[in-house]
Design a protein around this ligand. Structure first.
Ligand code: APR
Length: 318
């Protein structure tokens, strides 16, 4: 049986890490596309020459021709500019919209049956544009943001409590911006509420609340924290790992429940917009959107985040 084919559009920082991760995990053959001549070819050759050392049997091909993505099962889009210090993700909308339009046309023409995972920012707007231009059904065009935002939240909790990240469950909802909604009430260590553990640690409810609020704030600004340190671009290892988890769940029909930027049709009180919510990802892409009750405070935060997404998406011209 032929190996799955994974097309990566954008061969920059995230694209390069994605190609290497796909190879190391033998997830499928990789086509890395970029408009810069030599860049994707060079990266693929470099990764492929490590195959005898790492022991993987997949093909890697760099290209500047969309034709080479033909037959791709999954397409992951990272084409577009990353932000620099002082910029918000929303500042990228004008330049990245132009890029996303070209990319979406290429995907529509050459990989019409693919599942598309968008990473380019501003995420909620870029995935909206990609779906509109490809015209693919909503279950096949999704965005990666929540897996990463949730992983950041989980990392901070694990570090604070001195426990393994493997035992922390944490999730964020909403848009991929400063108003995202880290769900404090559902954050747990093997099912034990994190707030309970913080109260035990500090023997003080107010202090526990303060520590949690600091972690929520850090989660919301975590992308910017990396940008400020790197100075030349934005995070790339963690976004690549996060998108790969989504691609793997689809390719292997794992049906993992992952926070996904998905098109909502009334769920969580949102109609007609892409927003981050938990979804079952399997062989049919989004197979279920998992809706659950938010309390009044969570719903208010969700509404604020959705309002920010709407404000940005509504600026997109047709
Ligand atoms: N078609 C294809 N690729 C393009 C196009 C285009 N029209 N325009 C630019 N690119 C390529 C660039 O040549 C570059 O190699 O997109 C790549 C982007 O790579 P980086 O600049 O290294 O950015 P990266 O860190 O990978 O982030 C990509 O993901 O998280 C988001 O905010 C981030 O929007 C950014 C995107």
């Amino acid at each position: 049986m032929a190996r799955p084919k994974i097309a990566l559009i954008g061969g920059g920082q995230i694209g390069g890490v994605l190609a290497q991760l796909c190879a190391l995990r033998e997830l499928g053959d990789v086509v890395l596309f970029d408009i810069v001549e030599g860049l994707p070819q060079g990266k693929c050759l470099d990764i492929a020459e490590a195959s005898p050392v790492d022991g993987f049997d997949v093909e890697l091909r760099g290209t500047n021709d969309y034709k080479d993505i033909e037959g791709a099962n999954v397409v992951i889009v990272t084409a577009g500019l990353p932000r620099k210090p002082g910029m918000s993700r929303d500042d990228l909308i004008e330049v990245n919209s132009k890029i996303m339009r070209q990319v979406s046309e290429g995907i529509k023409q050459y990989a019409p049956d693919s599942f598309v995972i968008v990473i380019s920012n501003p995420l909620d707007a870029m995935v909206t544009l990609c779906q509109r231009i490809t015209g693919f059904p909503y279950n096949r065009v999704i965005g990666q943001a929540g897996v990463l935002d949730s992983a950041r939240f989980a990392s901070f909790i694990a570090w604070e409590l001195g426990v393994s990240v493997k035992d922390v469950t944490a999730m964020t909802l909403g848009g991929h911006g400063d108003d995202m909604v880290p769900l404090v009430r559902y954050a747990s260590v093997n099912g034990i509420p994190v707030m309970e553990l913080l109260e035990k640690k500090y023997k003080d409810k107010a202090k526990a609340k303060e520590v949690m609020e600091a972690m929520v704030k850090r989660t919301r600004g975590a992308g910017g924290e990396v940008v400020a340190l790197l100075k030349t671009g934005s995070a790339f290892y963690s976004p690549a790992s996060s998108a790969l988890a989504m691609a793997e769940s689809i390719l292997k029909d794992q049906k993992r429940v992952l926070p996904t930027c998905a098109f909502l049709d009334g769920e969580f009180g949102v109609k007609g917009y892409y927003v981050g919510v938990p979804c079952v990802l399997g062989a049919n892409g989004i197979e279920q959107i998992i809706e659950f009750e938010l309390d009044a405070e969570e719903q208010a935060m969700m509404d604020k985040s959705v309002a920010a997404v709407k404000g940005l998406v509504d600026t997109l011209k047709d």
